[in-house]
Design a protein around this ligand. Structure first.
Ligand code: ADP
Ligand code: MG
Length: 273
């Protein structure tokens, strides 16, 4: 039986933010001098939020995701993932990462690609196959287990890479422009599927995009960023109904949110390039 103290600490862990950034800055030293990729980032993201990061190239979106994933290290401030340092969170496999290019291994079929992280984790083969089956079903790729990445369309490859990120059931998904290279029709379709997946699984998602439409359609919250130095210039709550379809993009509520994002982007743009 749980004693009251254990119960309390468990509740605290559950209610603590998934991401907590306090005055986070990250400066790259380069041959041309310092690049202030992130400056004074203050941000708290709760479990179950779908947060999009939008802003012009170079405003630090990728850097922020990479810092969360312990691939870069903040040079100032404090960044916590599930209450832990990014390093400790990585050790606990707290998240799955989806990159702009699907980054599947061409010599492995789809099932073997998805099972790779599970192999590294040391799960036995039956468990690996069962999880691959479940996650391929989640992204509507059942039946494509034996295909190789090059036999799949770009959209299907991206879905496979999402299935791989989901394979060890992380509560947090980091997605860096996952649909940026796809045409609009495919992107619309994947947006609907990702929204359904988020609704079904309740995962926390950090999602980088260049598309205002995509950000407003998918998100429960949008962080607008600006470059030099990379910083947050607006933080917009989106309270569109959870079971929305693509036609919501025609509604006044959607259009108003899109306008707010657009004006934030305009205000933050330096027009100096
Ligand atoms: P975004 O993803 O928003 O386009 P990035 O996070 O990739 O922006 O980059 C933010 C800034 O940091 C840019 O000016 C970029 O050139 C610079 N930058 C990114 N990575 C490095 C690096 N490894 N070394 C030096 N500068 C970098
Ligand atoms: Mg980027």
């Amino acid at each position: 039986m749980l004693d009251a103290a254990t119960d309390r600490s468990r509740t605290a862990a559950l209610s603590s933010p998934v991401i907590e950034a306090r005055d986070v800055s990250l400066t790259y030293a380069s041959a041309d001098g310092d690049v202030h990729a992130l400056s004074n980032i203050n941000l708290s993201i709760a479990a179950g939020e779908f947060v999009s990061f939008i802003g012009p190239s170079g405003c630090g979106k990728t850097t922020f995701l990479r810092a969360v994933a312990d691939l870069e290290h903040a040079t100032g401030g404090d960044l916590r993932v599930n209450g832990l340092t990014p390093h400790d969170a990585r050790m606990q496999r707290a998240y799955g990462y989806v990159f702009q290019a699907a980054a599947l291994f061409p010599w492995r079929n789809i099932e073997d690609n998805i099972m790779l992280p599970l192999e590294i984790m040391g799960l036995d083969e039956d468990e690996r196959r069962e999880r691959a089956r479940r996650n391929l079903e989640l992204v509507n790729l059942t039946g494509f287990e034996r295909k190789f990445p090059w036999q799949l369309s770009g959209g299907m490859q991206q879905r496979a890479s999402i299935a791989r990120a989901l394979s060890f059931d992380p509560a947090l998904l980091l997605m860096d422009e996952p649909f940026g290279a796809l045409d609009e029709i495919v992107r619309d379709h994947l947006n609907e599927q990702l929204l359904q997946l988020w609704n079904r699984t309740g995962k926390t998602v950090l999602f980088v995009t260049h598309s205002i439409q995509e950000a407003v359609f998918l998100s429960s919250r949008i962080i607008v960023m600006s470059p030099r130095p990379g910083r947050i210039i607006d933080d917009i709550a989106c309270d569109l109904p959870r079971d929305r379809g693509l036609d919501i993009r025609e509604t006044p509520e959607f259009i108003a949110l899109a306008q707010r994002v657009r004006s934030g982007l305009r205000a933050g743009h330096a027009y100096d390039e």
